[in-house]
Design a protein around this ligand. Structure first.
Ligand SMILES: NC(=O)C1=CN([C@@H]2O[C@H](COP(=O)(O)OP(=O)(O)OC[C@H]3O[C@@H](n4cnc5c(N)ncnc54)[C@H](OP(=O)(O)O)[C@@H]3O)[C@@H](O)[C@H]2O)C=CC1
Ligand SMILES: N[C@@H](CC=O)C(=O)O
Ligand code: NA
Length: 823
């Protein structure tokens, strides 16, 4: 035997009632024995409450609302019942409506609406919907009967939340169903007192009716038909990746629902739980979906947790004082007074020091609670045993729930770690010894980020989302986007990493979309939907979105952008950049960024600051971490200059390219800085050797680096990059001479950076074939680290040190490593 309960939206429209009829008919065709419980049409109960209030206030406009309710039911009859049968049904609806109108007339005369009368008014919704659906089913040839639950569900007279008399009710229900052969269509939500007065069953009322019937009739199952596909791992409006929970235990459902998951209200299902009757939550609008089965034991689970839910707005009351330590009876007094004032406590936490107790309540009652407690503990406060009672607002509670958490270690660690990595401060924590719910109180503005991050980390078969904000869509930025696009599927399926670009900007336009920008259409969207760039506005938006697992990527060479790094890191947003500016300014600023990242538990990664994608900084950091000490660094760190000196001078002097031509080629190949003078002046290399020295543990300032400049002053002074190229043409002989001098000695020109004895020097050197730098080709870099452990033969890293693909791929690798770290 199955009890089917259909909620308000399921009977809320003609179309939905058709679905309900179809579901009932399918059961009948299968030969199932069923009983059906119905809610009022969606919205009607609230309208009835409104109507009752209007009538007490003498506002006669309630009649208009009554007429609208009547019309909604009439319309169902017109649509679903053959014309010749309609008049009889209209008459019976009219009869019920007349009864309601008489009642309201009385209310408006005596201007009084007692809870008893309100229950009677509210009960009309279920009476009407049930009458109409019964007639629809009857007109289709089914043997059905309207069953007014007031005949079989007996309660006390606590109107609006009546207590059921189970002994009497069970007897009446069993007797009724034993004698009736027709399919019973039962009004949800209502019952009656011994004297026959209408009562209502409180929150989750129609589910309660179904549960009472199911328990009394020892049903095989109760199906709660609603408008969603069962219970979900989180509220899908807040966590887009939430998915259906196929099975859940009563205890878990209870915990999740307490914290805001509104699909069912488990306390109302208690009678069924007590008799171990499984409950299925199904979707009337998607009837083939399996929904969620709630039962005593859940099947083996893929995940340790079952779901996450939240209460979005709470206040935390903190009672604190040295006079509470070791004193018995403080909690009894505290919670006693709260109980006397019917104040519901959402969560309680007390540390074992007994120095403070805090508890969460509905914020709307916070001032009242404070006043009550101030009065109750006036003596303790006056004697200084209790400090002031304080209230903290704008907080939310998140409950992480699951039977799988019981006796399994590491869950709390994982929860706190993911919150920490995302910069979510935990204000209070509570976990009962049942171990199926860990609740944390956090600031409300972090709620969405926290829910998504927790969901992401616990439901691991789902890819973790990494939210990227990219500033700079020039050579490196666009190459990075292309690489992410082609690697997207691999990362998602093999690395469980879903890379989502949520922000893009260049000097002209910026575009932010928390849902992500499609990687094959970013350029077009930026052009058409982008707004004028403002970096402060960009960063502010990032902070507004407050998305979990966020990474800011600076692919510019801009000097001003680095001022945002610190506040981004402080907001727990990792930063990845090939831009060398931040790390090559004053040492104190470099240090501050390192510290901020460390303190916030986020990453600041810049492998591409030196040698593009070559693993130079990571190698150096590895040596330092393992306790090695640096003696000397010798390196060629400019891809541009390598390329220039390897290309310039080959071939017949009369027809071969000029020096300026070769620099142009280097620019076209993507080796140079946006302004190639940064390369040729040695400034780029100066930044790199400075960064290496700092990474090796030496607090160098930019002024500690000596650069033997390569460029004539007129080239440096040129007002623009094109003017600089013209000037370079004019100085061709100067470079020819340098080259010829070196060639005459059988040597090659190399722009070498070295660091030793706290001094960094960069200079143009002629090196012979015996020198390890002589053989360098193309745009290669080479770095040689001499350390305590690599003293006799240095550790050498060598390879292409500039170019769009290798640089973008180095940035990409940094980004992906953050994805792994956050996991
Ligand atoms: N090329 C290489 O081999 C290597 C490069 N790097 C570094 O990579 C970085 C990028 O180089 P590259 O791609 O060649 O440079 P590009 O000049 O090609 O691109 C720079 C991008 O940054 C944007 N930009 C500049 N300033 C701002 C600002 N204030 N606000 C918003 N956007 C801004 C530009 O916008 P717009 O498009 O509107 O001009 C452009 O999109 C540099 O820091 C460079 O040192 C590091 C290692 C190797
Ligand atoms: N312009 C640079 C690129 C990387 O930093 C170079 O030429 O090495
Ligand atoms: Na590198």
């Amino acid at each position: 035997m199955f009890v089917l309960k259909f909620g308000g939206t399921s009977v809320g429209s003609i179309e939905s009632i058709k679905q309900v009829i179809q579901i009932i008919e399918t059961h009948r065709e299968q030969g199932d024995t069923i009983a059906v419980v119905l809610s009022a049409m969606s919205g009607v109960t609230n309208q009835l409450i409104e109507i009752g209030r209007m009538a007490t206030g003498g506002n006669q406009d309630y009649s208009e609302l009554v007429r609208r309710i009547e019309d909604r039911h009439f319309n169902v009859v017109k649509a679903l019942i053959p014309i010749k049968e309609q008049s009889k049904v209209f008459a019976s609806i009219r009869g019920v409506i007349n009864e309601l109108e008489d009642l309201l007339r009385g209310v408006s005369l005596i201007r009084e609406l007692t809870p008893r009368t309100m229950d009677l008014v509210m009960g009309f919704g279920e009476r009407l919907s049930t009458a109409v659906v019964t007639e629809c089913l009857r007109s289709r040839g089914l043997s059905v009967a309207f069953c007014d639950a007031r005949k079989i569900i007996k309660t006390d007279d606590q109107f609006s939340h009546a207590e059921v008399d189970y002994t009497l009710t069970n007897e009446l229900v069993q007797a009724h169903f034993a004698k009736e052969t027709a399919l019973q269509i039962v009004t949800g939500f209502i019952g009656s007192t011994e004297k026959g007065e209408t009562t209502t069953l409180g929150r989750g009322g129609s589910d309660y009716t179904a549960s009472i019937l199911g328990a009394a009739l020892n049903a095989d199952r109760i199906d709660i038909w609603t408008d969603v596909d069962g219970m979900m791992t989180a509220d899908p409006r807040k966590v887009p990746n939430a998915f259906n929970i196929p099975t859940i235990t009563y205890a878990e459902a209870m915990e999740l629902s307490h914290f805001g998951a509104k699909v069912i209200y488990p306390p109302s299902l208690q009678p069924a739980f007590a008799r171990n009757i499984p409950i299925r939550v199904l979707n009337t609008f998607n009837p083939t979906h399996d929904g969620t089965v709630v039962s005593r034991t859940a099947e083996r689970r893929q995940y340790t947790i079952t779901g996450i839910s939240s209460i979005d707005d709470i206040a935390l009351v903190n009672v604190q004082g040295s006079g509470m330590i070791g004193v018995a009876g403080v909690s009894a007094k505290l919670f006693g007074v709260l109980a006397r004032h019917r104040i519901s406590v959402i969560l309680i936490s007390q540390a074992s020091s007994e120095h403070s107790i805090c508890f969460a309540i509905d914020p709307r009652g916070a001032e009242n609670v404070k006043a009550i407690l101030d009065m109750e503990f006036a003596t303790e406060i006056a004697h200084g045993h209790i400090d002031n009672i304080s209230i903290e607002r704008d907080l939310s509670v998140i409950a992480t729930v699951g039977e799988g958490m019981r006796k399994s270690s590491g869950i709390a660690g994982k929860l706190f770690s993911v919150l920490g990595k995302n910069g979510v401060n935990i204000v209070a924590v509570a976990q009962g010894s049942s171990e199926i719910n860990i609740s944390v109180v956090i600031n409300k503005n972090n709620l969405s980020k926290a829910l998504n991050a927790i969901h992401n980390v616990f439901f691991q078969s789902e890819a973790r989302v990494l939210n990227l904000y990219l500033v700079g869509t020039g050579l490196i930025g666009k190459t990075l986007l292309k690489q992410i696009c082609s690697q997207y599927e691999f990362l998602r399926s093999e690395k469980l990493l879903k890379v989502c670009v949520v922000g893009l900007a260049n000097t002209k336009k910026m575009l932010l979309d928390p849902k992500g920008v499609a990687l094959d259409a970013w350029h077009e969207r930026l052009l058409t939907e982008g707004v004028t760039t403002s970096l402060p506005a960009f960063v502010e938006k990032m902070q507004d979105y407050n998305l979990p697992n966020s990474v800011f990527i600076d692919c510019t060479s801009d000097k001003d952008i680095v001022q945002f790094y610190e506040s981004l890191l402080d907001a727990n947003i990792s930063v990845v950049t090939p831009n060398k500016v931040a790390n090559s300014g004053p040492y104190s600023e470099y240090r501050r960024l390192q510290r901020t990242a460390l303190n916030r538990g986020v990453k600041f990664l810049y492998e591409t600051n030196v040698g593009a994608g070559l693993p130079i900084i990571n190698t150096l950091q590895g040596l330092i971490t393992a306790g090695d000490q640096f003696i000397k660094i010798e390196a060629i760190l400019s891809g541009t200059l390598s390329y220039i000196f390897n290309s310039f001078g080959s071939g017949d002097p009369a027809s071969r390219p000029t020096f300026a031509d070769v620099v142009r080629e280097a620019k076209e190949k993507g080796y140079t800085e946006p302004d190639p003078r940064d390369d040729l002046s040695g400034q780029d290399v100066a930044r790199k050797i400075l960064i290496l020295a700092r990474e090796a543990g030496f607090p160098l300032e930019p002024s500690d680096v000596t650069v033997k400049n390569l460029l004539p002053q007129s080239c440096l002074d040129a007002p623009s990059v094109p003017a600089f190229f013209d000037e370079l043409e004019r100085n061709n002989d100067y470079f020819e001479n340098l080259l010829q001098e070196a060639e005459a000695e059988g040597k090659k020109l190399r722009f070498v950076a070295s660091f030793e004895d706290n001094k960094a020097i960069i200079e143009l050197r002629s090196v012979g074939p015996e020198h390890p730098f002589y053989q360098l080709t193309g745009a290669d870099n080479i770095v040689s680290f001499t350390t305590e452990r690599y003293k006799d033969r240095p550790l050498v890293v060598k390879g292409p040190g500039a170019g769009a693909e290798v640089t973008a791929s180095g940035v990409f690798a940094d980004v992906v490593s953050i994805g792994s770290y956050l996991a």
